[in-house]
Design a protein. Structure first.
Length: 687
């Protein structure tokens, strides 16, 4: 962890959350933040919030709002707290993250702990038993005992979102799930001596890294499935079908570049595994549209999938491939529906965001069914939420087609800037935009926000036929920017009468003319999470929205309440998006991957704003926006083979033996040397 949350920051975090989630909806909230400490002095911060059932406004108390007592709201609030806290931790450059899901839903065989309040600790210190404190300790002791008996439960929990981990990660987990220094030591000892623990050696910062046998076995299954598919050629498309698809595209005015044509040849060459790495805005979807026509002409059924609903929607609208989320596809397989067959071609878009475990399940299913899979993405854009960098690892092992000619931006220098972002030269891209007057500093973030909204307002009025989006890193900033943008719309007379609605994120005012974002996949409505649109008509019982793809959608807000204003969006919602003009508010939680996405969505123009209270000048701005947080794989390290780790702990040096095998291979005849093809001695020696 690069830092720790201070008490003042913790209080601010809790107060902001309560203000946004409860007070803004008309509730009275009694907030108490406790900064208790464990026996070893480690902070154990937590908060208590007590809420009213009656709303309150400038006229005093109103009637009871029974909607606030719905059980499902608790889970929504838990999820929103996780989002809120994780965004703030990212802003503060603190590596820790929280997960709102129950341990059971995360697949962790431990009991959730209660929290100990400061009064309970004081009572206990006075010799009077505090039931709550004892219950907390009981659960900690029982969890500690479970871990000592089965340390794989702890290691599995640690690797839900990271393939490898450090001793500090283990210590933090042990501290949370133990009672007292003796049990802490026992839990740490159990984890360190667990049969599933695999030592990987040091990372680039000199820290020892570890993984689990389960994680390595998952990665090995992933690579075995990819290997099986790469070796088979059962989905060839004839030259006639491919050329006919190209001719139809040219008749529509679509002429593929040389790189796009090479990618088309690659994905239709017959092999069961295709990999396409394309920079942002290089026309991957357009190429896939031509490939779809060729595959269908050859008699194959083409399906699409992506991690998020909006990514699936973008794939479908850009290529004509009927698409859905990977989770929905897997759910169907679990119900015995829509299983892949040998006549299927499955295209997975934004593959860099798919975690190792999920991609392994999909590739293993496809390999067993004899289907073809085409992975399309960019390893440098947003990273997977779950553990691993599976797409990047598969590309490194099997190669694929690369599309580097950027087409989205209309000016050459902006296309060059996107290539800089794609290749890690974020500073050069920022310098280029600054040289064209598109980087704007303000004394504070608040002023930067106001400046951005002013520039957005002038831009939308000057170019009403163009598409505009405001992007930033956190949901809190999105909320503030949405309110400010909506205020400009109201002042300009571009909104109808307000209708106050209670939606999933709290109370909001909506009007005809409002930009909105739909936040949940709903097959019956034909909408996807992240879809944008404009309100045409609205009442308390009905909302009609014209989505940006030209469709009309109508619903009762009580039935579909996952909706919010859509002038601004988080960068995570923007991957795959293309607009005419983008307005970006930079904050400290960003990194190179978020910067790449945010600064490459536009066709015509980009405006980047920041406050000097966040970044003193462009040097720290560039440094933070260039920070590489790419995820790793256990198999990135030289000792990821469990047998090798087992042997080395017993003094058997695999490294020397493998180097010797490679050296011998160089000296034997060509025919014999073939058995060592693909063995990279440098990869074996150096992580």
């Amino acid at each position: 962890m690069k830092g720790a949350l201070s008490e003042a920051q913790g209080i601010e975090l809790a107060r902001d959350f309560v203000q946004v989630e409860f007070v803004a909806s008309g509730m009275i909230a009694d907030l108490n933040v406790h900064w208790d400490r464990a026996e070893d002095g480690t902070p154990k911060p937590h908060a208590h919030v007590m809420l009213t059932m009656r709303s309150v406004d400038e006229n005093g108390f109103g009637p009871k709002v029974r909607e606030w007592n719905r059980t499902e709201l608790v889970e929504q609030w838990r999820e929103r707290w996780a989002d809120h806290a994780n965004e703030r931790l990212a802003e503060l450059d603190i590596d820790a993250r929280i997960d709102h899901r129950s341990l059971e839903s995360q697949g962790i065989a431990l009991e959730p702990q209660t929290k100990i309040g400061a009064p309970a600790q004081r009572i206990e210190a006075a010799g009077v038993e505090a039931d709550r404190a004892e219950d907390h300790r009981r659960i900690a002791r029982e969890n500690g005992a479970r871990i000592v008996a089965d340390p794989s439960s702890a290691l599995g929990a640690i690797t839900r979102q990271q393939s490898t981990f450090t001793r500090r990660d283990m210590a933090m987990f042990a501290h949370q799930h133990s009672d007292g220094i003796e049990q802490f030591n026992a839990v740490m000892g159990a984890m360190r001596n667990a049969p599933d623990l695999v030592e990987l050696g040091s990372d680039g910062r000199g820290e020892d890294r570890f993984t689990t046998r389960e994680m390595i076995e998952t990665e090995q299954r992933l690579h075995r499935a990819a290997e099986r598919m790469a070796e088979k050629e059962r989905h060839e498309v004839g030259d006639r079908d491919r050329e006919a698809a190209l001719a139809r595209a040219e008749a529509r005015g679509l002429v593929l570049s040389g790189e796009q044509a090479d990618a088309l040849a690659h994905v239709t060459d017959g092999r069961d595994l295709g990999v396409v790495v394309g920079y942002a805005g290089t026309g991957k979807s357009a190429m896939l549209g031509v490939a779809r026509e060729a595959w269908e002409a050859a008699g194959y059924e083409v399906r699409g999938a992506a991690l998020s609903g909006i990514a699936a929607e973008n794939l479908e609208s850009g290529s004509g491939i009927a698409s859905r989320t990977i989770a929905g596809m897997e759910h169907g397989w679990g119900q015995g529906r829509d299983a892949l067959t040998s006549r299927d071609v499955l295209v997975i878009d934004e593959a860099g965001m798919v975690g190792t475990r999920q991609l392994e399940r999909v590739l293993s299913h496809a390999a067993e069914a004899g289907a073809k899979v085409v992975l399309v993405g960019d390893p440098q854009q947003l990273q997977s939420i779950e553990a691993g960098a599976a797409f990047r690892s598969i590309h490194e092992r099997h190669g694929g087609a690369e599309i580097r000619e950027v087409r989205r931006q209309r000016e050459d220098w902006q296309r060059d800037a996107t290539r800089d972002l794609a290749t890690g030269r974020t500073g050069e891209a920022i310098h280029a935009y600054d040289g064209h007057g598109m980087v704007h500093a303000a004394p504070t973030r608040e002023q930067a926000r106001d400046d951005l909204i002013g520039r957005w307002d002038r831009g939308r009025q000057a170019s009403p036929d163009q598409s505009h989006i405001i992007l930033t890193h956190t949901n809190d900033e999105v909320r503030a920017l949405n309110e400010a943008a909506r205020g400009r719309m109201r002042k300009a007379g571009d909104l109808g009468d307000d209708v106050r609605l209670t939606v999933e994120r709290g109370e909001r005012s909506f009007a005809s003319g409002d930009r909105v974002m739909l936040l949940q996949n709903e097959r019956g409505l034909g909408v996807k999470n992240g879809m944008l649109g404009t309100i045409v008509e609205i009442s308390e019982r009905s909302m009609s929205v014209r989505t940006d793809d030209g469709r009309g959608v109508s619903f009762d807000p009580k039935d579909y309440d996952r909706i919010d204003h859509g002038y601004a969006a988080t960068i995570h919602k923007a991957q795959g998006m293309t607009v005419d003009r983008t307005y970006v508010l930079a904050t400290p939680g960003m990194d190179a991957h978020a910067s790449y996405v945010a600064l490459s969505r536009h066709r015509d123009g980009l405006e980047l704003h920041y406050g000097r209270d966040d970044f003193a000048n462009q040097d720290p701005l560039t440094r933070i926006l260039s920070c590489d947080r790419a995820k790793d794989m256990a198999t990135d390290y030289e000792r990821a083979d469990p047998a090798q780790s087992y042997a080395e702990r017993r003094g058997i040096t695999f490294r020397q033996r493998v180097e010797r095998v490679v050296e011998i291979a160089k000296q034997v005849p060509e025919k014999v040397r073939g058995m060592f093809d693909g063995v990279n001695s440098r990869a074996i020696v150096t992580p």
